[in-house]
Design a protein around this ligand. Sequence first.
Ligand SMILES: [Zn+2]
Length: 57
Amino acid sequence: MQVTETQDVACPKCGTHSSIPVPDRDVELKVSPYVAAFGEYTKVECSDEHVFWVYYC
Ligand SMILES: [Zn+2]
């Protein structure tokens, strides 16, 4: 996966925004508190150390 863009996502627990790399600027992101064994995703840790996963739709 070549990463050339970033998007802001909000932490589902505290709402803090984090900047994550995305494969395409127009990709739709889906935030999940759980990991799933399919698709492309990235693991995000917000500044309050909440861990969540972001899937590329
Ligand atoms: Zn958080």
